[in-house]
Design a protein around this ligand. Structure first.
Ligand code: HEM
Length: 178
């Protein structure tokens, strides 16, 4: 998993719990990296899960809620770092439909070692998109956070139905409200 994901998680966490508590949380974990991440490095996803788990214990916020919040945070970073991927998309569903075949394809060109999930999309009608998420990483809740934040980016209220198959697989039915 890319270092930028770790540096962003730590930036978000520092804003919530403060630097001292974050340092304590990291010190309490036996991380191979020592908790020092470079944006351009690659680190095991298990470290991300360990940090999120420890933050959950420390704050009393569930792992699922933390993953969702972090998904929202990352979308905000993608808006700043990669605005070109949002341009030309008419609405949130068109954007979500383009992640697999366009956005993550470009990400893979930039970072051939990126560890990305697989999405299969299916239109259930106008204004209704089904997205099947399959990953080697247990990030279903992170993905849900990205989807909601993407809808906010486009200023479009959506209802997201989630059928969770496992921590690594889920079907999201995203419907435009109204
Ligand atoms: C401009 C928009 C986007 C960019 C530039 C982008 C790029 C990336 C990058 C760099 C990673 C990390 C890869 C790694 O750590 O090796 C990633 C992971 C991920 N992306 Fe995207 N992404 C975008 C939008 C989205 C959206 C809207 C979704 C939601 C449907 C999404 C779903 C995911 C998920 C779930 C992961 C975590 C990896 C996994 O689950 O296996 N991305 N993306």
């Amino acid at each position: 998993m890319k270092g930028v994901v770790f540096t962003e998680l730590l930036t978000m966490a520092e804003g919530v719990v403060g630097e001292a508590v974050l340092d304590e949380v990291l010190d309490g974990l036996e991380l191979a990296s020592g908790g020092a991440y470079s944006r351009v490095g690659n680190y095991p996803c298990s470290e991300l899960m360990a940090i999120v788990g420890a933050l959950s214990e420390r704050t009393g916020t569930s792992v699922a809620a933390l993953q969702k919040a972090f998904g929202g945070w990352m979308l905000g970073r993608f808006e700043v770092l990669y605005p070109q991927f949002f341009e030309g998309k008419r609405d949130v569903l068109e954007m979500l439909d383009a992640i697999e075949g366009e956005v993550h394809v470009e990400v893979r060109k930039l970072y051939p070692d990126a560890e990305l999930p697989r999405f299969e999309t299916e239109w259930l009608g106008a204004g209704r998109l089904r997205m099947r998420y399959v990953s080697e990483r247990p990030l279903v809740d992170f993905c849900e956070g990205l989807i909601h934040a993407c809808a906010r980016h486009f200023g479009q209220p959506v209802t997201v139905g989630v059928q969770r198959v496992s921590a690594r697989e889920a079907v999201f039915d995203v419907a435009l409200d109204g």
